[in-house]
Design a protein around this ligand. Structure first.
Ligand SMILES: CSC[C@H]1O[C@H](OP(=O)(O)O)[C@H](O)[C@@H]1O
Length: 355
């Protein structure tokens, strides 16, 4: 089982300790969440981010709410509503809250607090196990490339779908860590991923793990793919529809288009909590529009090592800031899940009980 260098989330009595991802990669800081509002803010502000981690945090947020506000029906309904409204695209959030509701609604208030912590922990453990399995299945793809020719296997990714985005090894980066453990040489091309630059989190992760990586501007990805300087692309996902259409960090679609034009394989890595079989296709996946200031500003480190925001344009500048886009199934070579890798349109074969 992959061990996170720093737990992305950890229960401590009646608090939830999270790694503050708005401080990374410049500062490593944790925050103790004590209430429903603390948990909701942590998700909305992206102190915790990444589809699986958002779900696990929301699940623990329900437990925090029942401890602080009581475990009656109204308190439970309020907690589910507040947490469910934090971010719309990552289905993991709604999957986790629905699972908490199924467990908690039938119980008496007196039994709910213990059950909430237990179910939230089960969601955390489930995700960690899923990440490890995704790593094993994704390793097979990397090993097949390594067997064909000498030299490092060159993987491009997008955003951060590493251990920081989950309760375990990550999704898109889990096969990278599995390949490293198996002694297979890999090199990762990491896109900065404007505007929140989650690619810097992947660079931080990979540097700490000793995995060779190269940071590129988002707009450089097309040239590397066109030149076949990449062997395969693996990204994470926030929601996979029944037909394989996939929502992921904005910019994923452009990489999928460029990979297809270069006839290179493009994979999505996603656990079952990211798959929504009741969602027919990508057209019905809600796309989160985030605050315009995320685009108008950029965070960095100044000469004396402090970090802060720099303004790129005046506040009067009009901005559109969709946080995700949709990659159609026909551009996706396969989806790597904890049950194996399937063609994007063939997920039902891995989850017959879900359809
Ligand atoms: C395994 S993380 C999946 C997904 O979540 C990230 O979104 P955000 O950083 O806005 O929470 C990104 O889309 C990752 O690919």
């Amino acid at each position: 089982m992959f061990e996170q260098p720093i737990p992305t989330l950890r229960r401590d009595g009646d608090t939830l300790v999270i790694l503050d991802q708005t401080a990374l990669p410049f500062r490593t800081e944790t925050i103790s969440l004590r209430s429903l509002n603390d948990a909701a803010h942590a998700i909305r502000s992206m102190q915790v981010r990444g589809a699986p981690l958002i779900g696990a945090t929301a699940a623990h947020g329900v437990a925090l709410a029942l401890v602080q506000d009581g475990a009656g029906d109204q308190s439970l309904r309020h907690a589910l509503q507040v947490l469910g409204a934090t971010r719309p695209t990552a289905v993991n959030l709604h999957w986790a809250l629905a699972r908490m509701a199924r467990v908690l609604h039938p119980l008496t208030p007196a039994a709910r607090v213990h059950a909430a912590w237990a179910e939230a922990e089960a969601i955390r453990a489930d995700d960690a196990a899923s990440c490890d399995a995704i790593g094993r299945h994704g390793l097979a793809l990397i090993a097949a490339i390594a067997a064909r020719r000498p030299g490092p296997v060159r993987v491009m990714t997008h955003c951060n779908a590493g251990w920081l985005a989950t309760c375990g090894a990550g999704t898109a980066l889990a096969p990278i860590y599995a390949a490293q453990a198996a002694g297979i040489e890999v090199e990762v091309f990491v896109s900065e991923t404007r505007p929140r630059n989650q690619g810097l989190l992947s660079a931080w992760e990979l540097r700490a793990a000793g995995v060779a990586h190269t940071l590129i501007a988002d707009n450089a990805a097309g040239l590397l793919l066109m030149r076949a300087e990449v062997d395969l692309v693996i990204t994470g996902a926030d929601r996979v529809a029944a037909n394989g259409d996939t929502a992921n960090k904005v910019g994923t679609y452009l990489k999928a288009l460029a990979a297809r034009a270069a006839e290179l394989p493009f994979y999505i890595a996603a656990p079952h909590s990211t798959l929504e079989f009741s969602c027919a296709n990508g057209a019905s996946i809600p796309i989160e529009n985030r605050d315009a200031e995320e685009v108008r500003l950029i965070r960095g480190m100044n000469a004396d090592g402090g970090d802060g925001d720099l303004r790129l344009v005046p506040t009067e500048t009009q901005v559109l800031n969709p946080a995700f886009d949709i990659t159609p199934a026909n551009l996706i070579t396969g989806i790597i899940t904890e049950r194996g890798t399937a063609p994007a349109a063939g997920l039902a074969g891995l989850y017959p009980e879900a359809v």
